[in-house]
Design a protein around this ligand. Sequence first.
Ligand SMILES: *[C@@H]1O[C@H](CO)[C@@H](O)[C@H](O)[C@H]1NC(C)=O
Ligand SMILES: *[C@@H]1O[C@H](CO)[C@@H](O)[C@H](O)[C@H]1NC(C)=O
Ligand SMILES: *[C@@H]1O[C@H](CO)[C@@H](O)[C@H](O)[C@H]1NC(C)=O
Length: 261
Amino acid sequence: MFELLLVLLAIGFHLTSSSAQVKEIKLAQPSNIFILAGQSNMAGRGGVSGGVWDGNVPPECQSNLSILRLSANLTWEEAKEPLHKDIDVNKTNGVGPGMSFANSVLRRDPSLGRIGLVPCAIGGTKISQWERGTFLYNQLINRANVAVEGGGIIIAMLWYQGESDTINKKDALSYKKNLETFLTNVRADLRFPSLPIIQVALASGEGLFIDIVRQAQLGIKLPNVRCVDAKGLQLQKDDLHLTTESQVKLGQMLAGAFFEF
Ligand SMILES: *[C@@H]1O[C@H](CO)[C@@H](O)[C@H](O)[C@H]1NC(C)=O
Ligand SMILES: *[C@@H]1O[C@H](CO)[C@@H](O)[C@H](O)[C@H]1NC(C)=O
Ligand SMILES: *[C@@H]1O[C@H](CO)[C@@H](O)[C@H](O)[C@H]1NC(C)=O
């Protein structure tokens, strides 16, 4: 009887310790963190048509226990498509560049350890909506600050936005100054003045002034800011959003740019 009790205790102990181990993996903190911000093509519309996502996750965008995401409720979980599902809540999200980027980074440099993604992009937003003090700006800074509480460090921000600033000429003409101010403010408020930033030059736009915004993006001269050009990547029928395949490619281009820092 006593022996049986010991055996039961041993089994119980074993079960407890293995579930504690699972919990530990789930709650583990990432060591190297990326902020993802911008509008719909960063949030991801790959595979979305008529307000429905097709659920297709290419191998390059698969989940991996070494890739975590900060969920909307500020807890870390294993990252999976669609990465912005609980952030860009008023839209149907699909595949963006984030998972392809993270898998590519991990493959090229496994020594980076566990990677953390902090999705912050919201579809349809203009650069003026990201001004210091706005909801979007504050949310980005707050999520970034929470992300490093577990001891990890932010190693870069990925930024893909500007389609909504191609509608009015005035927005397009002030884009360069507004983008520079935004990037400088983010760096100041994260107390990381040389934060590496990779921004994307537009592949598309909602209005006529795409070239003005693209020239602004390609002409940013701030130190430690790189630009990846999305022009030429295949678009969906809406002529605005990157396809899933294009997002995979863009993620890999962003990873390439990251390793050039
Ligand atoms: C946070 O959100 C995730 C889903 O994104 C969920 O799995 C988790 O239980 C939530 N955690 C808390 C503490 O609400
Ligand atoms: C979603 O829509 C609601 C209602 O219009 C609005 O209050 C909220 O700010 C929107 N959220 C985002 C992330 O756009
Ligand atoms: C996760 O990433 C690591 C590092 O690149 C890789 O060795 C492993 O095979 C990946 N796991 C899955 C399930 O893809």
